[in-house]
Design a protein around this ligand. Structure first.
Ligand SMILES: [Zn+2]
Length: 278
């Protein structure tokens, strides 16, 4: 219904590398005010830091919905971004840190425990269901990945709870619908934050939105950073697992995607099997 208007609003909010580093890619509002560089020049670190959204937990949010815990990590991220890009022509790509795949160990991948904060209130059970749906997309593709919901930890569901690998918590922001983390993210920033707009995101179903975020949790990058997308480039710190797929659940529709609805694809299934096994 209001999807086309919404998509164009999102498109306005997309800030890709060519114009600025910080962008609210999964967002219901324009991030133009959150970015300062408009000339196409590479911003200084100071400018980059000033334009980067800082979350409730003090984490820096980059690439739309990915958290960095500290200023030092933001600096490393910036340094990687401004380093001379190499070209890779080879639907799923895994994040790399120092050239090494950013993934969970085989045993940890089978026990990705999480809680869902009771602070979601009347929406708590809906989030539990959407998380199960999102996790099920990846779990259905491989027997080597298993997300484990631990409801006993819901009442104290924060990054400080060491009984779970990560927490799912509510947030109130206009910067994104939800944001996530990578396997290399330190425990203190390992949470999936979800804004209420997840319930009013048109044909982006809550389970698919959280499926996208859980893709990051597994180590997958935005598919649209690949050169084939022709837009929304982020950086080259990734390794291809499958051929490019413009319809991947990790590809934002508004970044020249071929699918508007953020559905899980066969290429996503092939990618998770390529990284973790079948
Ligand atoms: Zn994302």
């Amino acid at each position: 219904m209001q999807l086309s208007a919404r998509i164009s609003r999102i498109s306005l909010g997309v800030a890709c590398l060519a114009t600025a580093f910080a962008g609210a890619l999964v967002s219901t509002s324009s991030s133009a005010d959150a970015t300062t560089a408009s000339t196409g020049d590479v911003p200084t670190f100071r400018e980059f830091e000033a334009s980067t959204y800082v979350d409730v937990d003090g984490a820096y949010v980059v690439n739309g919905d990915e958290a960095l815990a500290t200023k030092a990590e933001l600096k490393k991220f910036y340094d990687r971004m401004v380093s001379t890009p190499d070209t890779r022509n080879d639907g799923l790509i895994v994040n790399t840190v120092g050239g090494v795949d950013d993934k969970w160990s085989a045993s940890q991948a089978l026990n990705l425990t999480y809680c869902v904060s009771t602070r979601f209130g009347t929406r708590h059970d809906d989030i539990v269901a959407a998380m199960a749906a999102g996790a099920g997309l990846w779990e259905g593709a491989t027997s080597k990945v298993n997300f484990v919901y631990v409801p006993a930890q819901d009442a104290k569901c924060t990054t400080r709870n060491n009984s779970i690998l990560f927490s799912v918590e509510p947030v109130s922001t206009t910067q994104y619908i939800a944001r996530s983390f990578f396997p290399s993210t330190p425990k203190r920033s390992r949470n999936v934050l979800v804004d209420d707009s997840i319930w009013t995101s048109g044909i982006w179903e809550p389970g698919d939105i959280l499926g996208h975020e859980l893709g990051h949790v597994l180590g997958f990058r935005h598919e649209h950073t690949r050169p084939e997308a022709g837009t929304c480039f982020e950086d080259n710190n990734w390794r291809p697992l499958t051929p490019y797929d413009a319809a991947s659940i990790m590809h934002y529709p508004q970044c020249n995607g071929s699918s508007a609805d953020l559905e899980f694809q066969a290429s996503d299934a092939a990618g998770v099997r390529a990284l973790y096994g079948a």
